[in-house]
Write a protein that binds this ligand. Structure first.
Ligand SMILES: C[S@@+](CC[C@H](N)C(=O)[O-])C[C@H]1O[C@@H](n2cnc3c(N)ncnc32)[C@H](O)[C@@H]1O
Length: 230
């Protein structure tokens, strides 16, 4: 195993004790929909199409929180398989509760570090990735914990198909600048924006999570950054 595979997950894994309905959703749906950690390998040879019956494209959301964006995406795009990774059990249970009455053939969930999945996937297996409002880790000594770094972009670039889009958002201006700089400096990614509105204006077809709406209500501006895998 490489050192990266023991990368620590920073931030909370559990908050308030789960209420009955959330615990039930976790108990019933997680075993059906989870990506089993034991199948993840260091060989980077896993084809995620094997996890779905019949999908045309595969997209990966890192840190889905309560899963509102993920749910909307999976319901609107039944021909796309969605993988969601989120280490916070309260978020995963909220998401599973929200989809308990929906069809869910096209979603798989991983309750741990997204990097464990990313490092296990074979080359060119993803049609898109979302990193929405990642933890900002404001202090400079914590910047190395940020999700968007050159090392992680190396992994994302390997698993994304050429032309696939990596979408990143934040309402923290300094983090928007950081993510833009990191991705622009990476040789495999190209910013798709041609004018300020391309990153300042909410894309059509977007779904705002409670977290995003809270930031906007507090007067913060959300940045929507789309980078193409060259
Ligand atoms: C600020 S929240 C944003 C949630 C959601 N994306 C949204 O926009 O509403 C950041 C999320 O990233 C998750 N996270 C942090 N480190 C992670 C990791 N290594 N892998 C996957 N998710 C992670 C956190 O648990 C948290 O739920």
């Amino acid at each position: 195993m490489t050192k990266e595979r023991f990368r620590k997950v920073y931030g909370r894994r559990q908050g308030r004790p789960l209420r009955g309905d959330r615990q039930e959703a976790l108990d019933v749906l997680y075993p059906k929909l989870c990506v089993d950690k034991s199948i993840l390998t260091k060989e980077a040879n896993i084809d995620p199409r094997d996890w779905f019956d019949d999908v045309e494209t595969i997209k990966f959301e890192i840190g889905f929180g309560n899963g509102e964006f993920l749910r909307n995406n999976m319901l609107k795009n039944p021909n796309t398989g969605f993988i969601g990774a989120e280490p916070f059990v309260n978020g995963v249970s909220a998401f599973l509760k929200s989809i308990k009455d929906d069809p869910h053939d096209n979603v798989r969930v991983f309750m741990d570090d997204a990097l464990l999945i990313a490092q296990s996937l074979a080359d060119d297996t993803l049609d898109g990735m979302y990193v929405l409002n990642p933890d900002p880790w404001h202090k400079s000594r914590h910047h190395k914990r940020r999700m968007i770094t050159q090392n992680n972009l190396d992994v994302f670039s390997r698993i994304l198909k050429s032309g696939a889009i990596l979408t990143m958002t934040t309402d923290v201006d300094s983090l928007a600048e950081w993510m833009c700089t990191e991705a622009t400096n990476h040789p495999d990614f190209e910013w798709t924006a041609t004018c300020a509105d391309d990153w300042r204006v909410m894309p059509d077809d977007w779904y705002q999570t409670r977290y995003e709406l809270k930031g906007i209500k507090a007067g913060r501006k959300q940045s929507y950054l789309h980078f193409k895998r060259k």
